[in-house]
Each structure stands twice: as C-alpha cells, then as structure tokens.
Design a protein around this ligand. Sequence first.
Ligand code: ADP
Ligand code: MG
Length: 705
Amino acid sequence: MALNQPQNTLETSIEYLKGIGPKKGDLFREAFAIRKFSHMLSFFPFRYVDKSQYYAINELKNSGAEVQLKGTITKMEIQGAGRKKRLKAVFSDGQTTMELIWFRAADYIKKSIKLKKEYVIFGKVTLYNGQWQMTHPQMDLSEKVKENRHAVLQAVYPSTEKLNQAGVTNKSLSVSIFSLFEQVHKEIVEVIPPWVCEQYKLMNRKKAYFNVHFPQSHAVLEKARRRVIFEEFFFLQLALLQQKSFRKQKMNSYAFTKVGDFFNSFYKEGLPFDLTGAQKRVLKEIRADVFNGRQMSRLIQGDVGSGKTIVALLSMLIAMDNGFQASLMAPTEILAQQHYIGLQALLADFPVKIALLTGSSKVKQRRLIHEGLENGEIHILIGTHAIIEEKVKFKNIGIAIIDEQHRFGVAQRSKMWKKNARPPHILIMTATPIPRTLAMTSYGDLDVSVIDELPPGRKEVKTVHRYENNRLGVFGFMRGEIKKGRQVYIVYPLIEESSKLDYQNLMDGYENVLREFPNPEYQISILHGRMKPKDKDLEMERFVRGESQIMVATTVIEVGVNVPNASVMIIESTEKFGLSQLHQLRGRVGRGADQSYCILMSSYKLGEEAKFRLETMVRTTDGFEIAEADLKLRGPGDIMGTQQSGLLDFKMASLTKDKEELLLARAAAAELLEKDPQLNDPTAAKTREYFLRNYRKMVDWSQIS
Ligand code: ADP
Ligand code: MG
C-alpha cells in the first residue's frame, strides 16, 4: 500500500483497481455503471455461500444444495471424444465417494489435478442414479484455502456473460475488492451524525461495508447489512423531507383566504349525500393547505369507490371562491368524459362553467375552450393529457387536480406548475393503494391524506373463482341479476392493444355473449382500444344510461369508471391480470347499494403466482392488503413504473423486507432536520458533504413531483 495516498482515492477510475484494468473496467462500466472505486464499494453481493462447514458425503440430503467438502481425488478418466469429451473423477472424503464431472477443459483440468492431495471442493450436488455428483466444482488445495480465506461466508456477486468470459470470477473479484479496502479504508468515513449512530445502534460505516463484502460471521453480517440499509433509506428520506420542508417554507402559491358562495351554496343545496367522516377530514386538510399561501402538494389515497371525486370538486369550488380557475386531469378519455358528465350533472343548477378538453376535441371546439380559459369564462377544465399542452393557457389557475395520478409521468405533472405566475396548488389522487413503505419513498415529499372509509351502505363485493366448465352457470347467474335490473361487465385481457390473439379472444367472447343474450331482449355494449373515440363514447353512454345491460370490454374501463347500477364484474382469463389491475376492475362494481359480485374466470392450468393472485382476490377486498401482496410479487420498480425507478433504485434495501429500517431511518432523518434543517452543525458536516455530493440530483428531481 502506497504511503501518502491522495485524499480522493475513492474517485479513482475503476480500471486502476488491482485485477481490473482497462478492458474489465469497461465491462464493469457497461454492465453495472461502476466507474470509480467508490462505486465498487457498493457493488454488493446478492448472496453468500457458507463455507464455514464441511459436509460428509453420506450426510448429504438435498439434491441441488451447494456444499463444501474436503477429500482427495482417487481416480480420474477422460471419457468420450470431441464435443462429448468429459473428465470424470472419483472424489473420496475418506468414508464415501462421489463423482465429479467436467464437460469443459477436460484435458487441462486433468493435468492440473494432483492425485492424493487434499482438496476443498465446492458446488451444487445432485443425486443421479443413487450416486451423488458434482459438476464443475470449485477446487482448491486444502493447504491454500487457509491462506486465502478472508471470510467465513463468501460473497457471490452479480456478473455477466462478458465478465465471466473476461475471467472475472467471484474469487478474483473478492481479491480486487479486498485490495480496494486496503487502499481506501482511511477514506470510508462516517457520514451519519454520531448521535444518530448511537441512538440507532448502527455499526460504524467502515466496518459495515467491509463486513458486507467479507463477513466474519452471520451475526456480524446481519448488523452490517442493517447499517447499510439504514444508510440508504436515511439519505433518501433526508432528501425527500428536506424537499418537503423547503416547499412548505418557501414555495409560494396563492392563498385562498375565504370560502364563499360557490362552495357554500353547493355544499348546502347541491351535495347529493352527506360526506363521510374521512371525506370531511381530508377536505379540512386541503383547506388548511391552501389557506396559508404555500403550495399544496397533497396526495389523496382512497380505495376505489371511497369518493374522491366529490372532494376534488369541493376543492375546486374553494379555488373559484377566491377568483381562481381549476383543472381536473384524468388518464383516459373515458374517465375524463365521465368526470365531465358527472360534474355537470352535479353543478347543473349552479353558475359554474365546465369544459372538456381531450385528444379528440374538435379544432373549433378547442379554440373556444382556449378562449374561454384565457378570458376566465371557464371555471373548471376537465380533460386528459391535452390539458398540459403549452397552448392551453389559463387566465388564473389556482388548483390543478390529477386523478389516478400513477398513470402520469412526473414530467407531465410538472407542466401544470407553469400554468400560472406562481405554481398552482396540486392535488393528486390515487385509488391504487400503495403499501406504506412505497408511499413513503415514492411520495416521501408529499403530504398524504387517506380516505379510509367507504360511503355508508356499501356491501362487500362477493368474489368467486370459476373455471371454464362453469360458464353456463355463470351465464345463468347473469340472467338472474339482469332480471333484477342490474348491469354486468365482462372484461377481457388486452394488455397489448395490438395483440391479435387477445383481440380475437375478445371478439369470440362477444359473439358468445350475443348468442346467449340475444337481441332485442338484451342490449350489449362493447368497448376496446381499437374503436374510434366517438364509438367508444357512444357505447359507454349507452351503458351509463342503462340502455345496455352487458358491457363487454377490455381494461379500458379499468380506472375510475362509475356506473353504480352495475353489480356484476366478470373477469376472463384472470390469470393474465396483475393484482392491482384486478383490484381496480373489481372496484367498478359495489358502487351502489346492491350486493355486487366479482367472478374470476380462469383456465385449469395455473402457475403458482397466478394461483396466489386469485386466492388473494377471493380472500380479501382490502386494497392495502392486496397492495402488499402485489409488492411482494412484483417488486417496487414494477409497481411504480419507470417514472419512479431512480428513487427506488436501492443497492441493498428492500421495501418489502426492510420496513422497520425505513421507519427508523425516516424518523432519524426527520429528527435531524428538525434540529438542524441546513445540516450546519459541525457534527453533521460529513453528512452534509455526502448528501450534497450524492443526493443533490434527487432533490432537484423531486422539485417537480
Ligand atoms: P373514487 O374514490 O373511486 O373516485 P367516486 O368519487 O367515483 O370514487 O365515488 C364513488 C361513488 O360513491 C359515486 O357514485 C359517488 O357519487 C358516491 N359517493 C361518494 N361519496 C359518497 C358519500 N359520502 N355518500 C354516498 N355516496 C357517495
Ligand atoms: Mg375516481
């Protein structure tokens, strides 16, 4: 180790690391974005093999287990020729023997093996014709093993084909990383303030990083991992919470100082029902936000059917009472349309002008809307993405509401910020329940309101699972419900709008339903992505008005659609749907006072995962429970989509497994910011430095969420 190391060894380019060099350096950059020494420190093993134990061959039990054995090679022989050539050897641990096999480099290996010398071998054992075998074992002479051993548990690192071919093995990588520690150990300084380390009993940083790569024992590894996970969560929470407090202190929006006629008269005379306690509470939270002049950035989480729309409307009325306009953006045309129709009906007797702007709005209509928005005639604009286009300008927008926000990218949302001199208040709504851990990271800088109460009189949707051979029974059940005046959805998977097979299935299903439910006794609507927007509207309207009893559709009806009289949801090929999608679909029924049903149709062949999804749906209607199950199955990145992947890109932490650490880290970050918002205290100097170097970008990013 050289003396007088410069202080920035951690910044050294990766190719200078022992055993790496320019070629492998390129491969590491390419495959894992590892460019410098510091990145390699956090190139974490994804598992460990326990080399603390030696097995005897006669105690082996599980085919497929990775084990370590000690013994000698007593015999070896090349068999076959050409591509079938292989080396077979007999390995004895003194009591029993097993067979070792090499399909590659047979000659070379045969030459390098020393008979009668003691070896330590490691690999996966399989039982074949009553005999234990190991293919391509790792082999080391016993006498060498003791010298080389850095740790009892040996790290296994992610790799790629190219890295393998370039000769990067776990072993060589361990040697490189060991030498990395020798070079940089002075620079691995503590970055979490000492009082936090003490309070949360964190292992010191250097020791933790070392032990993650070279664990001295299971117990130490566990503590080391906890520490690294805590650190990851801690800095992310610091970024999110700092952003939140910045917004609360500095981000000026418009103060809505009064509640006036628009709100009061609608509240007294227009509300078709009493608000639930949860709706009232959330409305209060919103009012408190918009009164103080700082920009509101609030997320409303409320399960399907919990009544978010009315809360949105009341918030918009408050904006109008203060001379502002409002917008409500929805992810699909159907949903935008529904909001438009629904709100117009609610506001029919009030002097409120609402407009609808979507991709299919006609040029002339569009021009009128643009005018109305700019001269302030239009109070509320409802629409799709079309709203955020630059051409769409408001006279004075004060609040922008985004429904089913998980459907939108961050960049799209941020465009609403620029629609007035100061950014308008932002209210985002989601019915996709998000597990708490995920919400805390993905929406960590937002204020969150939860509508955790359904309107009174709702009955839990009864859910059953049926196979294809029950179809006649299902049709019979539909007939009965339709006779009672109810309506039925039948949903087909059409994950890719372009999939011909899915489309064919939908059409076959439609024909089938037509035969079973003939005209004119029955009216059937159909809705899918290939239809013209105008035809879609027509079909949807027919169903909304109750003119058709059955709606055969793809997942275009997934979010938001509200037809309270529909009481049966039949899902075809349920195994093709994800959990959150199923939950959304089921949420389309159970919106009125009648008992509703969800029938999950599936084929007989179900994989483990599909079975689990079906069972979960039958067992519970609790959105949060379903969300937790979904998170376990799919992982956070998938659930949030690529838009959030930066934030969820943890190197070690897991949102499903490390909940406790997340809560602790968030609490610690909050406490630190409360004491020292700018991290100016000398005890936080390193924290600040590390934070600015690694998390500044993230803070900038979350400015726009
Ligand atoms: P979501 O939260 O899924 O967007 P909606 O706002 O569409 O739910 O509301 C679902 C249904 O419940 C609508 O028909 C709505 O009129 C009705 N609703 C909302 N709030 C109440 C309430 N407090 N009492 C009775 N019905 C309500
Ligand atoms: Mg809704």
